[in-house]
Design a protein around this ligand. Sequence first.
Ligand SMILES: CC(=O)SCCNC(=O)CCNC(=O)[C@H](O)C(C)(C)COP(=O)(O)OP(=O)(O)OC[C@H]1O[C@@H](n2cnc3c(N)ncnc32)[C@H](O)[C@@H]1OP(=O)(O)O
Ligand SMILES: O=CC(=O)O
Ligand SMILES: [Mg+2]
Length: 726
Amino acid sequence: MPPVDGAGCSPHNPTDHPATPVSPRKVLPLLQRANLQVAPLLADFIETRALPGTGIDAEAFWRGVGAIFDAFAPRNRALLATRDRLQAQLDAWHRDHAGQAIDQAEYQGLLREIGYLVAEPADVAIDPENIDAEIATIAGPQLVVPMLNARFLLNAANARWGSLYDALYGSDAIPGAAEGPGFDAARGAQVVAWGRAFLDEAVPLARGSWTDWDGSTPALADPAQRVGRRGDSLLLRHNGLHIEIVIDRDHPIGATDAAGVADIVLEAALTTICDLEDSVAAVDAEDKVAGYANWLGLIDGDLTASFAKNGRTVDRRLAPDRDYVDASGNAFSLPGRALLLVRNVGHLMTTPAVRLADGGEAPEGILDAIVTGLIGLRDLNGLGRFTNSRAGSIYIVKPKMHGPDECAFSNDLFNAVEDLLGLARHSIKIGVMDEERRTSANLAACIAAVRHRIFFVNTGFLDRTGDEIHTSMEAGPMLRKGDMKLAPWISAYEDRNVQIALAAGFSGRAQIGKGMWAAPDRMAEMLATKIGHPQAGANTAWVPSPTAATLHATHYHRLDVFARQAERAAEPVASLDDLLTIPVARGVNWSDDEIRAELNNNTQSLLGYVVRWIQQGIGCSTVPDIADVGLMEDRATLRISSQHIANWLHHGIITPDDVDGAMLRMAARVDAQNAGDDKYRPMAGRGMGSTAFAAARALIFDGAAQPNGYTEPLLHAYRLKAKAQD
Ligand SMILES: CC(=O)SCCNC(=O)CCNC(=O)[C@H](O)C(C)(C)COP(=O)(O)OP(=O)(O)OC[C@H]1O[C@@H](n2cnc3c(N)ncnc32)[C@H](O)[C@@H]1OP(=O)(O)O
Ligand SMILES: O=CC(=O)O
Ligand SMILES: [Mg+2]
């Protein structure tokens, strides 16, 4: 694809919101569309791929787009200015109270006075219409996938159904690992035993165990759980989730099984978030259009990916629906793919893909709403090979909103996009990530602002931790990252999210979601602990991979989340005082070793993530930590590590020399960890000659000044530089 982009990004300046950012890069001529200047690649994508078939005329479309930017770009800028004002007021207050214990009454008085805390509305009741069952009435895993990776995207869409046998055999869910070059029969036997025990729990037989089943028609303890057949295979359902017991005596596994069971296939990722935000590196029109084109391919149903794997070529496409017959012989089908949701970016960044009438870059979140909404319209108009939303909705996940005014802004923006596209009011639904402190503290008001279109609230634990650190940057040095997980604000945050959502009527209407399992290789630990999410009353929770989706699905068979929600609905809402208790480490004397360990750990994960982002445009990857354990790192985990180091630097727990020393040591370590990657360029020894190293350093040394501690402005600027160098 030819590189067609407007200009460099305009990193958000904390003290100023220029309408016309200065571009450091040479640009290809943009095309005039209504009162906008549009990158040719984007104009072409819209006019030749996204609009055709919708009945919307290109000229009218661009006129409408121009009008939306006219109306919403100034509002967007004003909201960002409010963020900065609040942050400055908080910083000043903490500086005035340096070293003092925080008096919650006085502190909350300040928060109300400056407009950080608003009056909570009573009796908020959500009433979204046309919500798909995968969201409203069935509880199950939610997979997240970077939008810029077609191979993963297709896999994620198809992860609605997952092989339990493969997930167990290929992960550490069963201790040890497969041995030998071929099939490890001993491990296989453990997998089969695990599977049978699972069936005994989820779909028990009237008598005896599935272990002893001989393949004859099974008598279930609850006969209603048997809902169909496909050939010899059995389709069962429990807690709304399907289980297919695959019978195939010709299959190598089925041939050795007394009942001919070749696999147990679980309904797994009910929903998949296709992510345009923190798991991708999209800095210019070229990147944005690549993401939009993948979303279009998913919705139109023609996305494909061809790649070599294990010595053969794999052609991947979307899975068709699955056909069954019921007990009366009537045919029916079940969706073959997850219900697809799209995560837009937040309100912060601008994009060089579109320039406004005044020459300034357009707010990227507004462009995302328009383009992903337009592509969603194609689904509602039946233009795709498959149907995504059977209920007729477009699901946009909106991250990083700070408080009710920003939610109201998104609501109004979605109204405007619906009008532009001729969509019925509230066809575009919103998933609100509760991942900024001002949203957690005003959650009922945030929900109220979008109550007619909300389809989820989700605790985005990682960003939320980054915002916790940044908001109170001046209050003192923060707890160590590991200790932060035990701080009172976190449990109050998780509890309040569920309790406030239940009080607003989410149960049976919308999702209450929990955060990401960020250790993709640690499935045994996930199986042991992530059941805590449904136990907390969450009817969905994030997983990083199809394997994790399949294994996490078993948790939703172990308890009935909707019954759990009914129990939790009676609880009082957890304390706002706890939520607002700042995790500063008062009276803690860390040893030199503890400080060094914390710094090494943070610089290592920061460098490991940033180097791939800057050099290769990889927005999410498994980054080996200092102990070589692979952890999912995305922009939210980077926000935590960069803010944590910046905070300790700011309060003198570490010095600039300490940071530089750790950075140099860890650069060598990260280089060694990436030695097998031929696209990788080492950082060690090149100092500032390495753009990635310079970016990582800026994220720390300029970290305290970044808007709300976000990493996007610096990442975009350095990635654009790296692209230009390439
Ligand atoms: C704080 C937040 O915002 S969290 C949300 C953002 N995070 C995410 O979106 C994480 C999504 N997950 C991922 O991107 C990946 O799982 C990673 C980067 C963590 C790990 O990727 P890798 O190291 O390449 O994974 P690994 O080598 O273990 O497995 C690769 C296989 O799993 C599949 N896979 C892994 N993750 C996913 C996924 N999220 N969706 C679909 N398929 C996936 C790949 O398609 C591949 O299979 P294939 O060879 O048949 O295509
Ligand atoms: O977006 C998710 C998060 O944890 O942040
Ligand atoms: Mg986040």
